[in-house]
Design a protein around this ligand. Structure first.
Ligand code: ZN
Length: 468
């Protein structure tokens, strides 16, 4: 009887989530994420994920974020075929995310060929829309909280992880000769302070747990999110400036729109024009309303008529790239929300080019910025920079740079610990992944504090673990 976990990514980092679970001849890949960040990290997407002789029977996805799903088209493009199990919400969001990523890939390859800076000649996209079609055809949407048999001795179940629409923690059961064994993957975990998303559901029992640690060494402030947002917006408007918010098109953009609406209704900010400049966001909004089961009760996304009262009063959604360019030229006070959230492409870059050089403007970060991304570079002024390189131009940074971590879709270490503590039969082995080394090490200690008898392993580098 063999039972092992191969951590192929998100080990000592937050991107490239891929873990191969092997149990007695059956193997399932939990998440199939892209490596994101600096060039040397992204380069790993071009390397083979596994020895070609390694068999993968199925892929199981925790959620649709690209660092958990974005390598799937590449896997299919290389000829792999098999079922991709995910929640119903993920099955609806994933095509939106992957098509957008394939579009950016083709744009990027085209640009590299025109400018001639790629090492590949000609520069090729990592995957294409055809590869995405193959993924979509093989998606197996599953209801939450129901066991699904993958093989005679292996079943899985998806539970709400409260992170984005469809985000799930996943439990495996294995019929072990010494009794059934349960292995749980937390996926990315949310918290109980989102104005829109439900808090993560608890897990009753598990033998082993693989848990994320994005904020394993941080505590988010327990402030009033609407008031915190309003203070930043208000001082920007008083300067006559534009508030630019880079946002993941999925989830974050919709949540921010609702927070702006709440701030307006509470009289905390004036009703200024609010531009959502991300074609993908608008499709994602549709998916948002189709999954009331993931939303907090009372949030507009949980109701049929919610569309009428979640948007700011002066809301504009751009469609064409001409609209987007016009938005770059409008004067403040004004709010612009655009993707990509970590500034690794998309329309947000044009907005930053236009707004960063003026001190009256503000760039507000409200999602996790992975190390090495342009987002993190700007957010923390890495290296003391006073210019940001965008499209091969040096753009002076004069605007205010602000961050609202309380808006994060990830829980902090206390949230993760609280979720673990709710287990009636806690794990005897906890494996920490999906975090920077400091965050992993800190999270490992927090878990040891609450589960002193458990074996705790931070996966600081890719590698294999044998279980049970
Ligand atoms: Zn995520």
């Amino acid at each position: 009887m063999t039972f092992s976990l191969d951590f192929l990514g998100a080990s000592g980092g937050v991107t490239g989530s891929r873990t191969l679970v092997r149990f007695d001849g059956y193997s399932s890949l939990v998440d199939c994420g892209l490596f994101q960040g600096p060039k040397e990290v992204r380069q790993k997407n071009w390397e083979p994920m596994l020895d070609p002789s390694v068999k993968i029977d199925s892929v199981v996805l925790t959620h649709a974020h690209l660092d958990h799903s974005g390598y799937l088209p590449r896997l299919f493009g290389q000829g792999w075929r098999g079922p991709v199990y995910c929640s119903e919400g993920t099955a609806d969001l994933l095509p939106v995310m992957l098509r957008d990523a394939a579009y950016l890939e083709s744009e990027f390859a085209g640009y590299a060929n025109r400018v001639g800076y790629s090492n590949h000649k000609p520069a090729l996209p990592l995957f294409t829309q055809n590869d995405v079609d193959l993924v979509v055809k093989n998606l197996k949407p599953m209801k939450r909280d129901e066991w699904i048999q993958l093989a005679p001795d292996v079943s899985i179940r998806f539970g709400n992880a409260g992170h984005i629409i469809g985000a799930s923690h996943i439990q495996f059961t294995f019929a072990h000769p010494n009794g059934t064994r349960i292995l749980t993957f937390s996926g990315d975990l949310g918290h109980d302070r989102s104005p829109t998303m439900k808090a993560p559901d608890p897990v009753a029992e598990t033998d082993a747990l693989v848990v994320e640690s994005t904020y394993g060494d941080r505590l988010h402030p327990r402030t009033n999110i609407v008031e915190e947002f309003a203070a930043i917006a208000k001082r920007t408007f008083e300067r006559g400036g534009v508030l630019v918010i880079p946002a993941f098109a999925v989830g974050r953009a919709q949540e921010i729109l609702y927070i702006i609406r709440l701030a307006e209704d509470q009289g905390l900010i004036p009703r200024v024009p609010v531009i959502l400049d991300s074609p993908m966001s608008q499709i994602a909004t549709k998916v948002f309303f189709e999954h009331p089961e993931d939303h907090r009760e009372g949030s507009p996304f949980s109701k049929e008529d919610g569309r009428d009262y979640y948007l700011p009063s002066n809301f504009i959604a751009t469609v064409s790239s001409d609209d987007s360019m016009l938005a770059c030229m409008r004067g403040g006070p004004l709010i612009i929300i655009s993707a990509a959230g970590m500034l690794n492409g998309g329309r947000i870059l044009h907005h930053l080019k236009a707004r960063l050089p003026k001190p009256e403007n503000t760039v507000l970060f409200c999602g996790y910025q992975a190390e090495g991304t342009k987002g993190r570079t700007l957010q923390e002024r890495v290296g003391g920079i006073d210019v940001l390189r965008i499209h091969h131009q040096e753009i002076p940074i004069e605007a205010e740079i602000a961050t609202m971590v309380s808006l994060s879709a990830h829980g902090d270490w206390q949230d993760i610990s609280a979720w673990v503590k709710r287990m009636k039969r806690p794990p005897s082995h906890v494996i920490i992944n999906h975090g920077n080394p400091e965050a992993m090490t800190a999270m490992a200690q927090h878990i040891r504090d609450i589960l002193p008898n458990a074996e705790v392993t931070p996966m600081l580098a890719p590698g294999r673990l044998k279980l049970f």
